[in-house]
Design a protein around this ligand. Structure first.
Ligand SMILES: C[S@@+](CC[C@H](N)C(=O)[O-])C[C@H]1O[C@@H](n2cnc3c(N)ncnc32)[C@H](O)[C@@H]1O
Length: 299
């Protein structure tokens, strides 16, 4: 009689436990959450549902798909690119390697915008025209439009690939009547002519701000997988210079400019904004106590 190879039958929780332990040995960041998100993606379940169905068997085809994803995770591919999703301000966004993965700090930028427009708390609704410079996945533009149906947002990016993802998110959240995705480069002297509006009430931007000298020190998964154009410039401040000059021409008097900042850039950016006629500058710290969000008022 031939020897039959015994195939192990996995259940959800023991597979998560074993995978987490394996990820730890492979130095995967956030090993438990990675295992949960990947298995949840394969089984079509949320993290909570995985635990509610902790002894559900994992069938061979599911196991094969899960293992393929785990191998890519071990190579450093961010879990969000493997599952194709990231939550931002409570909304689910589609992401892939064409765009930066939205970060939690950027939610503070959205809060700053809401605050600037007097929309914190319930029931805010004001007609305002917003320009989102460097929209990437569209996370800021779509969130603002979704929160406030009277806002219109011009979402611009110089990356055609990023704009394809932004458009997917605009459609996913049904805000196509409010958000226009536009291909434009803020270093271009004709930038303003590419926009659908001649003036804006508020400009928001999370531009690339990591100086190249810090590139080597970034996490491997950021350097290898996220778009370099979304992250870095030679000195880290070039985009602030260009956007401040464009914003000074595009904002209505008393309009607001809200930036996400490199933690060391608050003083330099404040100075250059003052030089471009902005006032009322405030800097807000992030969850780690670092300077992160800057708001200024046009003169
Ligand atoms: C840090 S990412 C921000 C993406 C998204 N707004 C977010 O917060 O997750 C910066 C974005 O700016 C875009 N960008 C870089 N240089 C640009 C330029 N010169 N003109 C327009 N967009 C630019 C990049 O393609 C990228 O999508």
């Amino acid at each position: 009689m031939g020897v039959m190879e015994e195939v192990k039958e996995w259940e959800v929780v023991e597979l998560l436990k074993t995978t987490t332990a394996f990820f730890v040995t492979k130095k995967v960041d956030e090993p438990r959450i990675s295992a949960e998100l990947l298995l949840g993606h394969v089984l079509g379940k949320s993290r909570l549902e995985l635990y509610l169905h902790h002894n559900r068997p994992v069938y061979q085809d599911e196991l094969d798909r899960f293992r393929r994803l785990c191998r890519q995770r071990i190579e450093g591919r961010p879990v969000q690119y493997l599952t194709g999703e990231q939550y931002f301000y409570g909304l689910q966004f589609f992401v892939d390697e064409r765009v930066l993965i939205p970060r939690p700090e950027t939610e503070l930028l959205v809060e700053q915008v809401l605050d600037a427009l007097g929309m914190t708390g319930r029931g805010g609704s004001r007609k305002a025209k917003i320009l989102d410079i460097g929209t990437g996945s569209g996370c800021i533009a779509v969130t603002l439009a979704k929160l406030f149906p009277e806002l219109t947002v011009s979402a611009i990016d110089c990356s055609l690939e990023a704009l394809e993802v932004a458009r997917i998110n605009v459609l996913k959240h049904g805000v196509e009547s409010q958000v226009s995705c536009i291909h434009a480069d803020f270093f271009d002297e004709f930038f303003a002519t590419r926009l659908p509006e001649t003036s804006y009430d508020l400009i928001v931007s999370n531009p690339p701000y990591i100086p190249v000298c810090e590139w080597e020190g970034l996490q491997r998964e950021v350097k290898q997988y996220e778009p370099k154009i979304a992250l870095t410039t030679p000195q880290g401040v070039e985009c602030y210079h260009a956007i401040a000059a464009q914003a000074a021409k595009l904002l209505v008097p008393g309009g607001r400019l809200c930036f996400e900042l490199h933690a060391d850039a608050a003083a330099v950016v404040s100075e250059l904004l003052e030089a471009n006629g902005f006032g009322g500058i405030t800097v807000t710290k992030d969850y780690s106590g670092l300077d992160r969000i800057l708001s200024a008022i046009s003169g």
